[in-house]
Design a protein around this ligand. Structure first.
Ligand code: 2P0
Length: 330
């Protein structure tokens, strides 16, 4: 027997950051987080369950994957197989329109697309929340990419993680926030988020301080998003980002994902906002910087970023939709 399905999911950028797990095997976070799903940058994945396949295989952009990428995918597949009572192995074929492992959340869109496609191929009709909790097993941030627009990941309380999933706060049409993604480097990062997060949690004296700030940031971010108030969201998102980076910088040995060119953009955005420009920055486990802004500011900010040293490419995104099935084949 052979069944297949195809799905697409897009990356999300956290406005209130996830950095630290209370359970590494189930990707259960120590605190909540909040993100915006972007359009145009994501992953399309085909999953084929085949009784004759000798093992699970994964290719991303035509390259066969082993190690952590395959392990993450297998965790999702195992959970779905158990639910569906399915024993066959899967052949997973993924295509990213986002540079793989460059701090651009390719694992979020990848694991979200895989979960959606594999669930359909396995014949499961799961709620978006259940899909989100399953995607989380592969990669924490993937649980937010099941949803479009603004999504919040509730950490949950249960040890089995069934209540640790994202939910939609506001759909993509709520607020036409634009994001300019300034690409400074395309190669894979030297330390994965998974490793960096656990290293930080274990060795940074600032980590408890970072975690303690999250619930206040979530509350303020949600109010600012509800009011579509960029100038109120800006300080919350920037401090969540910089406190996460401060936490990493205080790890032993320190973890420094940002490059001089990243800092130059951060300073420029802060100066522009002081001059009244409706924009703020964010940056994740890599050197690339994301600049959030109103649609009116896009041309000016594009010209500003283009002139900054080290900027290789600028990708303009808008709020995007959650994971979607492309062609289920019974
Ligand atoms: C986030 N990041 O909230 C934070 C900010 C990166 C910096 O979630 O180990 O790939 O698979 O749960 O989800 C990236 O971490 O890590 C991430 P795992 P994941 O978007």
């Amino acid at each position: 027997m052979m069944v297949r399905a195809r799905a697409r999911a897009q990356i999300n950028i956290a406005l209130v950051k996830y950095w630290g797990k209370r359970d590494t095997s189930l990707n259960l976070p120590e605190a909540g987080s909040l993100s915006l799903t972007l359009d145009g940058l994501g992953t399309t994945t085909t999953v084929v369950f085949d009784d004759d396949a000798p093992r699970d295989t994964l290719t991303i952009n035509e390259e066969a994957q082993q190690g952590s990428a395959l392990t993450k995918a297998t965790r999702v597949l195992d959970a779905l197989r158990e639910r569906a009572g399915l024993r066959s192995h899967a052949t997973i074929t993924s295509h990213n329109s986002v540079p793989t492992s460059a701090g651009l959340a390719s694992s979020a869109s990848g694991l979200a697309a895989l979960t959606q496609a594999a669930a359909v191929a396995a014949g499961l009709n799961l709620s978006r929340e259940a899909l989100s909790a399953t995607a989380r097993l592969g990669s924490g941030s993937a649980c937010r990419s099941l949803f479009g627009g603004f999504a919040e990941w509730s950490p949950g309380k249960h040890a089995d993680g069934h209540d640790s999933h994202a939910h939609e706060l506001f759909g993509p049409d709520h607020w036409d926030l634009h994001v300019l993604v300034a690409i400074l480097a395309r190669g894979p990062k030297s330390i994965s988020s998974t490793e960096g997060m656990e290293h930080t949690r274990r060795t940074s004296p600032f980590h408890a301080g970072f975690i303690a700030t999250v619930s206040q940031d979530l509350q303020e971010a949600k109010a600012a998003i509800a009011a579509r108030d960029l100038m109120s969201l800006a300080p919350v998102a920037e401090r969540s980002c910089l406190r996460m980076h401060a936490d990493m910088l205080a790890a032993d040995p320190p973890l420094c994902y940002l490059q001089p060119a990243s800092w130059a953009i951060i300073h420029r955005v802060q100066t522009l906002r002081k001059e009244g420009v409706q924009a703020f920055f964010s940056a994740d486990a890599g050197p690339n910087v994301k600049v959030f802004c109103t649609p009116e500011e896009v041309p000016m900010l594009h010209a500003e970023l283009e002139a900054m040293p080290g900027v290789k490419e600028i990708i303009i995104c808008r709020p995007g939709h959650g994971a979607e099935v492309l062609d289920p084949i019974p």
